[in-house]
Design a protein around this ligand. Structure first.
Ligand SMILES: Cc1cc2nc3c(=O)[nH]c(=O)nc-3n(C[C@H](O)[C@H](O)[C@H](O)COP(=O)(O)OP(=O)(O)OC[C@H]3O[C@@H](n4cnc5c(N)ncnc54)[C@H](O)[C@@H]3O)c2cc1C
Length: 496
């Protein structure tokens, strides 16, 4: 099986999290749907026709061409069937769809790039607001700013900004959506130098639960802007993001270097000493990759965002930590490094994730990780335990400067297992991830909402660990902008 570096956080849910569904497409074209309270609603043919007529984009129901593509998620564990999918062509469509959902009290999900690990961007029986048709990117090279629509994938964003030798922090897999990634925080390969994605967000346009389009930035609706930087999809549907860009590459130095699992305990300890003195230009993501057939190995995903010659010199000690089984480090364009972890599309694996923030890669955490992997082979497919660095620039921002609280964390620890869909593995691989989490959770102290734990796993107290002392302010914002909790399919901040 082809090993795949995941390079981030997450927790997926199983199809078990799906709401009980009794969707009916009744004669006379009434449509059965689920309400916010979980109760069955009937939408009249006239209401649905009115919504359809009001959209510039399409309104899809089961059986329509494009319906299955529009509800497909990266995480193949989910096969959810919305009653309606509004494929929005612009902000006006989003306003129309949100107003319709609010007026009918309709269960509503918001889909950007579809990489939600929890599957919550598609809902059974409700309205999916699909933003994927909105994917324009406008770069202003003189001002070093980019305006990006919410259906854009980070690979598309990187390509546009790199045409001018510019970039901003944005994830590690090119097919991840910029929208969900940004709203939760956003870790990426140039993060140690330039901070989280939200640290480079200069403004947004957002449709709130009352269907109004607002501007939010440092001057206009600054409270809402504060909450949107880390608060996930809780406050509305963002229709436009504006980012600050930095000169990056295009040629950098990086790639992947992999060592045998034997010796990884000592190697990880040496890595911790090495990275403690590394410059901000260097981002290294250590990841144990565990294949059901071939067993485990230890890979380092590397990006040095300064001159390639400096990168080669800075990385020499990492190379010397052991005898690699594969060394793919070298000069590479930023766009290539960002696309390196691209999966085949559609990604044919279901997955289940857990994870949390760690202040440090302590010897005890390293030992617990190596011991667990040594003793617990993954039953099917493959699994990973990775440590995504936040980076010094993110650590330097005050915890209350944005909604993203866990600024003290050095790593986001990701535990995940994958199985082929259709095929065996969902149950036993999920157990594997849960067992790994039971062993490693004590070394964490907070939660990254983009980890997207499944609804049955994420309770309010877990969401609170993402927001620490910022939580009360976020609840007040939620009461103000979404008192009915229309935007609830996320790491939900409840208004009450
Ligand atoms: C392969 C892979 C690699 C990843 N790598 C990284 C990484 O390097 N760094 C990192 O930080 N994270 C990473 N992630 C996690 C990623 O940040 C989240 O999965 C994120 O939610 C993906 O955004 P999306 O738009 O693709 O998701 P979607 O599934 O479209 O949306 C996820 C959620 O975001 C919200 N949302 C989406 N769009 C909007 C909008 N316009 N307005 C309001 N709310 C919205 C909704 O609540 C939705 O449920 C990765 C995930 C995957 C699967």
């Amino acid at each position: 099986m082809r090993r795949r570096t995941f390079c981030t956080a997450g927790l997926a849910a199983l199809a078990a999290s799906a709401l009980p569904l009794r969707r009916v497409r009744a004669a006379g074209a009434e449509i059965g749907a689920l309400g916010l309270d979980g109760r069955q609603l009937m939408l009249t043919a006239a209401d649905v026709a009115d919504l359809r007529a009001g959209l510039r984009g399409e309104l899809l129901t089961a059986g329509d061409a494009g319906y299955d593509d529009a509800r497909r998620l990266w995480n193949a564990a989910f096969d959810r069937k919305p009653a309606l999918i509004a494929r929005c062509a612009g902000a006006a469509d989003v306003m129309r769809a949100v107003s319709f959902a609010s007026a009918h009290g309709l269960l509503t999900s918001v889909r950007g790039g579809g990489h939600s690990l929890s599957g919550q961007s598609v809902c059974d029986g409700g309205l999916e607001i699909d933003l994927s048709p909105m994917h324009s990117v406008h770069v202003d090279p003189a001002a070093k700013l980019a305006r990006v629509e919410p259906g854009t994938l980070i690979g598309q964003f990187d390509r546009e900004s790199q045409a001018f030798g510019l970039a901003t922090t944005a994830g590690t897999a090119a097919d991840t959506g910029i929208a969900g990634l940004t709203l939760g925080g956003g870790f990426g390969r140039i993060g140690p130098k330039y901070g989280l994605t939200i640290d480079n967000l200069t403004g947004v346009e957002v449709v709130t639960a009352d269907g109004k389009l607002l501007r939010a930035d440092a001057h206009e609706n600054p409270d809402l802007f504060w909450g949107l930087r880390g608060g996930g999809g809780n406050f509305g549907v963002v229709t436009s993001f504006e980012y600050r860009l930095h000169p990056v590459g295009p040629m950098l130095y990086g790639g992947e270097i992999t060592f045998p699992f034997a010796g990884s305990r000592q190697l990880m300890r040496s890595f911790v000493d090495y990275i403690a003195n590394a410059p901000d230009e260097l981002c290294v993501l250590p990841e144990f990759d565990i294949d059901a057939k071939d067993g485990p190995s230890l890979a380092f995903d590397v990006c040095y965002c300064g001159p390639p010659a400096d990168g080669e010199r800075v990385l020499a000690p990492l190379r010397a930590l052991g005898k690699p089984v594969s060394d793919k480090l070298g000069p590479a364009s930023y766009v290539r490094l960002q696309g390196a972890a691209d999966p085949v599309k559609p990604f044919p694996y279901g997955s289940y994730f857990k994870g949390g923030m760690a202040r440090a890669l302590t010897p005890a955490l390293i030992d617990a990780t190596v011991d667990f992997i040594d003793a617990t082979p993954v039953p099917f497919g493959f699994a990973l335990i990775g440590f995504q660095p936040l980076g010094s620039a993110a650590n330097r921002v005050a915890p209350n400067a944005t909604a993203f609280w866990n600024r003290h964390a050095r790593y986001d620890m990701v535990l995940a297992s994958f199985w082929k869909v259709p095929g065996e593995g969902a149950e036993r691989n999920t157990e594997w991830t849960r067992a790994a989490w039971a062993r490693l959770e004590p070394y964490t102290e907070g939660y990254y909402v983009n980890l997207g734990e499944s609804q049955q796993d994420v309770h309010t107290h877990r969401v609170q660990t993402a927001y620490g002392d910022n939580y009360a302010r976020l609840v007040a914002l939620k009461k103000r902008y979404d008192p009915a909790n229309l935007f609830r399919l996320n790491a939900n901040i409840k208004p009450a």
